[in-house]
Design a protein around this ligand. Sequence first.
Ligand SMILES: [Zn+2]
Length: 194
Amino acid sequence: MAHSSGMIVQTGGSRPHVAYIMNALADTFPNIIWKIGGKVDRTTWGGGFSAHSVGRACDIYLDAGDPVDKRLGDLLLETFATHGYNFKVDHVIWNGQIWSRSDGGPSGYTGSGGAHRDHVHVAFVDDQLDILPFAFPWILEQYVLRRFVVDGAAADRSDGLYGKAFDPKKPNVRLSRKKRHATMLKKMGMTGAK
Ligand SMILES: [Zn+2]
């Protein structure tokens, strides 16, 4: 279903622990994340088992080619790795890097699904995933949001200075920063201003 920001957050079919983390991410970064995917009935590209098929994985869509998106993706990879044991993470993949419970990391990743330059993939272990991770929003704020807003441009997008990032009439369509900036100028009566 759509988050109040308009972002598509596919929590249907995901285990409660995973759905809770997806919603916390959408609540904290409503203007940055493009969408969050969850349960999908499929195998991996190579035909192997995918944690998505049993509601134990989520995909946080960000563009590694955009400096602001990349900053958030990097912080999420680091945080899911650092707090992986607390939050029952099995492995996390982003932008050519992987951390896993079994092998540690982050280290270089060239496996299934490619380098993951358009989303952070997080899979969880099958252990008590009906219990909600109430500490997760706090961890997000302390270890991700606080460091993310250090950069001025990131702060603009994080607090929605330019307005909501999603077109209210077309959920799942994220507006460009340029478009949002133009809308803000129009609202301020500054259309055409240089
Ligand atoms: Zn995935």
